[in-house]
Design a protein around this ligand. Sequence first.
Ligand code: NAD
Ligand code: DAU
Length: 353
Amino acid sequence: MIFVTGGAGFIGANFVLDWLKGSDEPVLNVDKLTYAGNLGTLKSLKDDARHVFARADICDRAAIDALLDRHKPRAILHFAAESHVDRSIHGPADFVQTNVVGTFTLLEAARTHWSKLPEDEKQAFRFLHVSTDEVYGSLSATDPQFSETTPYAPNSPYSATKAGSDHLVRAYHHTYGLPVLTTNCSNNYGPYQFPEKLIPLMIANALGGKPLPIYGDGQNVRDWLYVGDHCAAIRQVLARGVPGETYNVGGWNERKNLEVVHTLCDLLDQAKPKSSGSYRNQVTYVKDRPGHDRRYAIDARKLERELSWKPAETFETGLAKTVQWYLDNQAWADEVASGDYRKWVGTNYAQRA
Ligand code: NAD
Ligand code: DAU
């Protein structure tokens, strides 16, 4: 079986659902269920014996050791993290704990498990670390996209802790020979994304008649990838990636934030028109994110060339699907936007007025 961490979060859950659509190999899903973890996303797997869920913290070495001993996975896919930049600005400690200490704990447990495997299983074992393009820092409008050799220059507590985890993963290969793979992906969007992130937040606020808060001038650029394409890239890297290598994952879809929000408004204007005019009228400029990275862009040619991966969705097709998904699944969105989430909205947006 494969051992997935963070499989109740946005990308991890999409990965588990996609994996079990295409394979009968069971998944052990290990998640602490923080505010971002939601078992409701996995309810279609409730009676599916191929999905085994264990609530555990990746920082808990004894719990991780016990799960590895019991289930003897052939691979660990590490998605679990604190993932939201704004939260890392308000409270970096959880990010250091989960992203750095948690990844270290998992690597130590993986090394122990791996070192006890018979030689053929040892050769085949993989530790796949899911990381981000934010470790490379910020680009100017004319800089080339991030490649696998771009120097690390993280700017937020989130990206600094992800960079730290990437370095630990690299060191476990270099020093101990652990067969690791690292993926650095651009901004994901799609079904089941927690509504603290730009796209689901804007959809929820638009439908709720609330302001659409644009940080700063709205000209920051992100490179968007549909989550299903990220999951496909991870499957490909797991199957064919070379241990010790890193792979950038991105959709060649650079967009300014304001453009993204306008496109969302236009899609909603078509799908759910309001009598009072366009959703664009809800756009509001608010105080910028401190240290806000200006531009991210991914050069994904290594993955395309070496592992024959290509995104299936364009930004237009992926965004249209996503808007439709949120319209069809408002119960999911309402359920996750619980009391704790409302508290976060107060903390993050009150001070930006
Ligand atoms: P998410 O915040 O939606 O989900 C994170 C999951 O990890 C949650 O289910 C949470 O309960 C779990 N978790 C957190 N701390 C844990 C701990 N200590 N022990 C066990 N489980 C814990 O995140 P996401 O957006 O799905 O991101 C998944 C991974 O992909 C992260 O490593 C992130 O850095 C990376 N990534 C995200 C994006 C993106 O655009 N969202 C892009 C590139 C890379
Ligand atoms: O690049 C990959 C990263 O993408 C991942 O590693 C992170 O886990 C993920 O959260 C995401 O980080 P960003 O900071 O780019 O995503 P976010 O959705 O928070 O913001 C996207 C852009 O939109 C960013 O420039 C900030 C802006 N923004 C965001 C919010 C929540 C707004 O203008 N208003 C908002 O209310």
